[in-house]
Ligand binder design. Sequence first.
Ligand SMILES: *Cc1c(COP(=O)(O)O)cnc(C)c1O
Length: 221
Amino acid sequence: MNSLADRLAEVRDRIGKACAAAHRDPAGVKLLAVTKVFPPDIIHEAYALGLREFGENYVQEMERKAASVAPLTDARFHLIGHLQSNKTRKAAELFHSIETVDSVKLLRRLDAEGKPIDVMIEVKLSHEESKSGASVDDVPAIVDAARECRNLRLTGMMTVPPWSEDAELSRPYFAQLRELAAKYGLPELSMGMSHDLAVAIEEGATWVRVGTALFGRRVKV
Ligand SMILES: *Cc1c(COP(=O)(O)O)cnc(C)c1O
């Protein structure tokens, strides 16, 4: 299991098995390849294997990769890391989708950039200090504000549960996100990463965000 092609086959197999167990159509689960920290070559390599949806965490890092990936005209880039409201201009230029909208202020600033962008609300369902994301109480105001945005299309919700080796501990968070999104009629659920994607799919994920299982461990430089 060394090449990216092998690891991609393995991830697709895990997605397929989780869909079978949950009686879901695999076409309803999209794979977001998380390429943060890796050089742009890896995006080209993944693209050559058929991947088109890529997740990045930082505006500045995407900015550095942008020229290299520009020829991949049908690749779509999703911002999955926290967005500061003073970086909305750059983010609107670089990303097709922003999964981490967590305030009305950020939403309005993004809309004012005038670019058509898909957005999701990142919801913080745990009580961890360090995590970004809107609280459940903030969600109604953000959904209301999104309906008034001319350029943004609110498609769903995203969450990152507290990290644990035990994927089962993510399940209640995934279930809670599914219920919350259903309440607002939002179809997309971005939840599940390398270690807990099967549980996320059982709980209704329509996007799984996978880094390590595809590209290996991220080494900080
Ligand atoms: C890094 C990251 C991922 C990918 O995590 P892996 O465990 O490497 O699959 C997914 N979602 C978010 C928000 C991330 O920051």
